[in-house]
Design a protein. Structure first.
Length: 399
């Protein structure tokens, strides 16, 4: 009998079908850390905003100090924050770092090259332009300071502030609702581990995520929570209730809806899968991905299908990440997901002792290795897709 299961790629394409990016939003810079620019930001202000001294010293005309030593009367002093002071020919002005350079001056001579007194003896010559930072030499007003798509970190927030931006257009952060299902969870017989894992995985992928479950195994109770999740979110992920059991509530509630598909995917773990679309009361099209309940299968399928979907909603390109195998791996007759560590070289090595459903092993892994079906031995060095598990258990700062 041929396997009716579709491939991982086919299911990924089905989950992504018809998904459009959410509209961008405008946020204050203070809330923009980690967000991606939705449009180019054009500089309102030049950086630097005016010609200013790069050293503490004397503003002079280069022509007046062409032959050294030379003595010049000091006619004034200007500090950062002061108005610009005019400079008469044959004179010098004491100037502090950051202060506006007089328009008549074209050189700042550092104190160290002078007597520091009034009149000042300039002892070393220098060319015009030395120790002046010119208006717009870094960014010119009207130029693109940062391009659409850039992720905003500390340096980008500083640059945007310097070019006069106080708010920025950023790509929307998709709202993700995680709805676990199962009477055993509602009754407390089994802790609901899918909710915290998938809420965290959603946050890690840039979503605003929240748990709506666990939902009971009765149709009415599940439908109420599903509708609430679709009203509050841009994408809903359910876990459990989609295989062949008597109480598989997700499948029972949605299988007759023509906007839904349920079926096997040729992957291990995570063979039962499903997806579809709900329409919220305001007409929004809300994609729903119905993941299997088994914790490893749910997490693996989230990384394979929901993370690309979150990228599509955010308008951020998604590419599978690949890494070379540190050791040969036996492929199966369907895609196999193996908990693995990423070695210092960047190569990926499956953890020993894999038995299919170990949450303990998953918690020790850096990544899930995606081994496509071939039935053959995949040689060391072959580049395969990897699903990174962030943060790596042994890395990073607390908090
Ligand atoms: N006759 C068949 N039975 C099963 C098939 C099949 O093809 N034919 N597929 C198996 C596979 S593979 C998987 S995976 C599971 C998926 O089933 P469901 O998605 O319906 O999941 P449940 O039955 O609700 O739960 C499975 C398992 O996982 C535990 N679970 C569920 N949710 C959570 C949660 N939030 N936190 C922690 N643990 C959870 C649940 O208690 C069950 O032990 O179906 C196989 N059966
Ligand atoms: O493949 Mo299921 O995902 O056995 O756990």
């Amino acid at each position: 009998m041929t396997d009716p299961a579709c491939s991982v790629d086919e299911h990924r394409a089905r989950v992504l079908e018809g998904v459009r990016a959410l509209d961008a939003e405008v946020v204050p810079l203070a809330d923009a850390l980690g967000r991606r620019l939705a449009a180019d930001v054009v500089a309102d202000l030049s950086v630097p905003p005016f010609d200013h001294a790069a050293m503490d010293g004397f503003a002079v005309r280069a022509a007046d100090v062409a032959a050294v030593p030379v003595s010049l009367p000091v006619t004034g002093a200007v500090a950062a924050g002061d108005e610009v002071t005019p400079l008469a020919p044959g004179t010098a002005i004491r100037i502090m770092t950051g202060a506006p350079v007089p328009p008549e001056a074209d050189l700042v001579v550092p104190f160290e090259w002078t007597s520091g007194t009034d009149p000042v003896e300039v002892r070393e010559r220098a060319d015009a332009g030395r120790h002046i930072r010119f208006e717009g030499e870094d960014v010119r007003a009207g130029d693109v300071a940062l391009a659409a798509g850039v992720r905003l970190g500390p340096a980008q927030l500083g640059l945007l502030t310097s070019v006069g931006a106080s708010t920025v257009p950023v790509r929307s952060r998709p709202r993700l609702a995680v709805l676990s299902t199962g009477a055993e969870l509602v009754k407390g017989h089994v802790p609901d581990s899918n909710s915290p894992t998938l809420v965290a995985a959603g946050r890690d992928a840039g979503a605003d995520s929240a748990a709506f479950g666990p939902a009971p195994d009765d149709l009415a109770g599940f439908r109420t929570l599903l509708a609430a999740a679709a009203e509050a979110a841009d994408v809903v992920v359910t876990t459990g209730g989609i295989s062949a059991g008597d109480h598989d509530v997700v499948k029972a509630a949605l299988r007759d809806d023509p906007a839904f598909w349920f079926g096997p995917v040729a992957m291990k773990p995570g063979r039962p899968q499903g997806c579809g679309v709900l329409v919220a009361s305001d007409g929004r099209r809300v994609p729903v991905v119905t993941l299997p309940g088994t914790p490893i299968a749910a997490y693996a399928a989230f990384l394979l299908y929901v993370v690309p979907l979150l990228h599509a909603l955010a308008g951020t390109p998604w590419q599978p990440v690949t890494a070379p195998l540190a050791t040969a791996v036996k492929a199966g007759d369907r895609t196999v997901l193996l908990p693995a560590v990423v070695e210092a070289s960047g190569a990926v090595r499956p953890l020993p002792g894999h038995a299919g459903h170990s949450q303990r092993l998953l918690a020790a892994a850096d990544a899930l290795l995606v081994v496509p079906p071939s039935g053959r031995l995949v040689p060391e060095g072959t580049s395969l897709e990897v699903l990174a598990l962030h943060p790596r258990p042994q890395e990073g700062l607390d908090g």
